[in-house]
Design a protein around this ligand. Structure first.
Ligand SMILES: *Cc1c(COP(=O)(O)O)cnc(C)c1O
Length: 389
């Protein structure tokens, strides 16, 4: 019996490989230097420094580790506070909590998942040490305004630029505004090495301590450079180096970013935007500030309620298209509810993004035809529903 052929499956995510990653890793193996801080690590770090005018870059095994290093650099004392957005990945907040700080959650903007800086300013107290900015989907969260806020109140500004490689604000690379910034090279991000990250220092005064924390709390790097006669335990640190084979993988990917990864992602992003804005109101689509150049890391749309989002997900699934939501607001997480039961409050915008935001497939190998099919399925789902907005 003939059965109608199911439409081609479109996964939510798909890793992009140039095909040369293996050759780069082979070269690392041939070098015989497999631990961190070898020639490939230095080349990849220097590549990022030169490309984005960062003062220094330390490669780490993950963005979470880079955030851990940032938390250690802050020398947090009990009672210190760190302001973070509620609508973000867990480790943007958890690294500060595990160093004893109280994380204070700011709401999102009414029209965008990024942090509302006016709300963040209201949360500043004499105990506030740092402000953590997340550039959701590589869409800049006004970093000049955040810099001014941090300066006015004497706070350390940290950019969680996990999504934001090659994205800009007023032409300047994200990750170059904060005192510290972190990037992720996890396989779900634009440029990858499996698991990996980077800590960016934009102030050289952090450098000496950062290298000590990186090298297990020792001054091994100064020793290797001949600056000290022996290396010793200087302060609490950990093992924060990215191993050479993964640094080689990363260097390979960086070389394809401008030619292969970014153009394809941006093209698909634009296609979604143009096609969906034909039948969806602008408020349900990503709002990009005119000074922000996003990097095609995330495309999302907003449903009107959670139930509608779930229906859309299952409708797409029936057509063999996988879409996904993410980020349950952290102020409502089981950890915060359990550890701070007295602290019940509502952040209406973050909660709305948690309920209503839906991410669509977006990766370099997504074709124009596939993107069109996804948009068609969405159009079919909404039909004429927008009159009620
Ligand atoms: C992915 C992500 C992280 C964590 O990155 P890892 O490299 O997986 O540790 C942190 N913050 C944000 C905003 C992220 O999206």
């Amino acid at each position: 019996m003939m059965t109608p052929e199911a439409p081609e499956y479109i996964p939510f995510k798909k890793v992009w490989l140039s095909g040369q990653e293996g050759a780069f890793m082979q070269e690392a193996l041939a070098n015989g230097h497999l631990a961190g801080d070898g020639p490939f690590s230095r080349r990849a770090a220097n590549w990022l420094k030169a490309q984005y005018q960062f003062a220094d870059v330390l490669l780490t095994p993950s963005c979470t580790d880079a955030l851990e290093m940032a938390a250690l650099l802050l020398n947090l004392q009990p009672g210190d506070e760190v302001i973070v957005p509620s609508y973000t990945f867990v480790t943007t907040a958890s690294v500060f909590a595990s160093r004893g700080a109280r994380v204070v959650f700011a709401d999102s903007q009414s029209g965008h998942p990024n942090m509302d800086l006016h709300h963040a300013e209201q949360l500043i107290t004499p105990r506030t040490k740092a402000l953590v900015l997340v550039h959701y989907g590589g869409m800049a969260c006004n970093p000049t305004q955040a810099q001014a806020l941090a300066r006015k109140h004497g706070l350390v500004l940290i950019e969680d630029a996990a999504h934001a490689i090659d994205a800009r604000w007023e032409g300047k690379p994200l990750g170059s505004f904060g005192d510290l910034a972190v990037f992720s090279f996890h396989e779900t991000k634009n440029v990858i090495c499996g698991e990996g990250g980077a800590l960016v220092l934009n102030k050289t005064e952090w450098q000496e301590r950062a290298y000590i924390l990186w090298e297990k709390g020792t001054n091994r790097r100064a020793f290797q450079q001949g600056d000290v006669a022996k290396y010793e335990w200087i302060e609490p640190g950990s093992s924060f180096l990215l191993a050479e084979p993964l640094a080689a993988f990363l260097l390979c990917q960086l070389g394809y970013m401008a030619t292969h990864i970014q153009p394809a992602r941006l093209q698909r992003w634009q296609q979604y935007y143009q096609r969906l804005s034909g039948f969806m109101p602008a408020e349900q689509l990503p709002e990009i500030h005119p000074e922000a150049q996003q990097n095609g890391s995330v495309f999302y749309l907003l449903c009107q309620q959670e139930q509608e989002r779930n229906q859309l997900i299952s409708q797409l699934k029936k057509q063999n298209i996988e879409a996904a939501f993410h980020y349950l607001p952290l102020h409502q997480s089981p950890y915060i509810r359990k550890s701070r039961p007295e602290d019940i409050f509502s952040l209406p915008h973050a909660e709305r993004f948690g309920r209503c935001l839906l991410r669509l497939p977006l990766y370099p190998d997504l074709t124009e035809q596939q993107t069109d099919r996804i948009c068609q399925a969405i159009e079919l789902f909404f039909g004429g529903n927008w009159q009620k907005v």
